[in-house]
Ligand binder design. Structure first.
Ligand code: PLP
Length: 407
């Protein structure tokens, strides 16, 4: 086989389908987020980022930066080993305690990312519990899908957020089989939220475990940032809560929080936990500072809600279609891949606004969109600039507006 030719032809296919991913080369500036500098060949351009998952700007928070600097000065760079072989530092232990407390669970376990935590925890539970059947929401994230697939356990996909379908599928399964219902709280592309209580009720009725991915909710919802399950008083009803330290907490890493036995089980059997170098202590220290800060402070969450509402109001006033949902994610619907890419490129080049276009296969064809995530560090002037830029481009591209009555 001519390997490089093969790679080129597959990449050309992606380009022909309009699915080839182009990364924007950004330099974040300390303390200045959402402002950044984009490098494009020899050119440099100031841009405002509107599509980041650093939802609250915690990646620039002084407490987080100070904790990381301090840990580098105390401990140096890397952890020096896997968790089992010399890589468990006191900063990891403190962070796990902080996370268990955040979710009201007995224990927590850190992974190198949210992706790895889903892949390893779901993969381990589903493969190591004999005969386990996994009931997976149809829109679950790739990391959950891959973990379940890797386990080789029986998988039953239920229609997205559809309790009737979930119940029918639970009822049809062997009543004695161990069961695990895997789902998310906030779904990242549509910003809709799962009926967590009702899913827990079904889990109780059919003696199933529940595994909730709160990646797009931790830090953001609940009085201490414990996520939607905290906001709704449901944390004790979930078997496993999974989260990330890379989005609202602004650093990197993933985790599960659960009973002491379950966490010890995953710690003991999960290859994706055991056979990889532990996160650097400075990462653990920075993440712990972020979690601690957001347990005590609602200021970031409150201002984020205000900014989300303000942008929705401006979009409504202009008739720019966006999916109504109860979360902080604003999907502005373009409905055409070429226009979506054009708008994104033009926002960057003419207006210094960076919003990555979201096209198929990430979202279904015909629902191409700009996924906008307003944060407390966007100013009202930033909002005005964005709204005016979108207005200009909507007119230029002649995209349908929402009728005012339907808004
Ligand atoms: C629902 C969901 N779960 C897990 C992940 C992975 O988290 P991380 O970025 O920390 O790897 C993502 C990433 O975007 C996600 O959207």
């Amino acid at each position: 086989m001519r390997y490089n030719e093969y790679f080129r032809s597959r990449l050309a296919d992606l380009q022909d389908e309009g699915n080839y991913r182009v990364f924007i080369d950004l330099q974040r500036r300390r303390g200045a987020f959402p402002e950044a500098v984009q490098t494009d060949g020899a050119a440099r351009r100031d841009v405002t980022i509107w599509c980041s998952n650093d939802y609250l700007g915690m990646g620039q928070h002084p407490d987080v930066l100070a904790a990381m600097h301090d840990a580098v000065d105390r401990c140096g760079a890397g952890a020096g080993g896997t968790r089992n072989i010399s890589g468990t530092t006191h900063d990891h232990v403190l962070l796990e305690a902080e996370l268990a407390d955040l979710h009201g669970k007995e224990a927590a376990l850190l992974f190198t990312s949210g992706y790895v935590s889903n892949w390893a925890a779901l993969g381990t539970l589903a493969s190591e519990i004999p005969g386990c059947i996994v009931f997976s929401d149809a829109l679950n994230h790739a990391s959950m899908i891959e973990g379940i697939r890797h386990s080789r356990a029986q998988k039953v996909i239920w229609k997205h957020n559809d309790l009737e379908d979930l119940e029918a599928k639970l009822a049809a399964a062997d009543p004695d089989a161990p069961k695990l219902i895997a789902f998310e709280s906030v779904y990242s592309m549509d910003g809709d939220i799962a009926p967590i209580k009702e899913i827990c009720d079904l889990a109780d009725r059919y003696n199933a475990m529940t595994y909730l991915d709160e990646v797009h909710a931790v830090g953001l919802y609940g009085p201490r940032g414990g996520g939607i399950a905290e906001r709704e008083g449901l944390m004790d009803r979930l078997t496993v809560i999974e989260g990330t330290l890379g989005k609202a907490f602004g650093v990197v890493g993933g985790y599960i929080a659960a009973s002491a036995e379950l966490v010890d089980f995953v710690r003991s059997f999960a290859s994706g936990f055991i056979f990889t170098t532990a996160l650097p202590p400075a990462i653990a220290a920075g993440a712990a500072a972020s979690v601690r800060h957001l347990k005590a402070s609602n200021a970031e969450r409150d201002l984020q809600k205000t900014r989300v509402a303000q942008l929705r109001e401006r979009l409504d006033a202009q008739g720019i279609p966006h999916l109504p949902n109860p979360s902080h994610i604003i999907p502005v619907m373009v409905g055409d891949p070429v226009k979506c890419k054009f708008i994104s490129d033009t926002l960057l080049e003419e207006f210094g606004i960076y919003i990555q276009p979201i096209n198929y296969p990430t979202v279904p064809k015909g629902t191409e969109r700009l996924r906008i995530t307003p944060s407390p560090v966007h100013s009202e002037a930033d909002l005005d600039h964005l709204a005016q830029a979108l207005e200009t481009l909507w007119a230029r591209c002649q995209i349908a507006r929402m009728p005012m009555a339907a808004q």
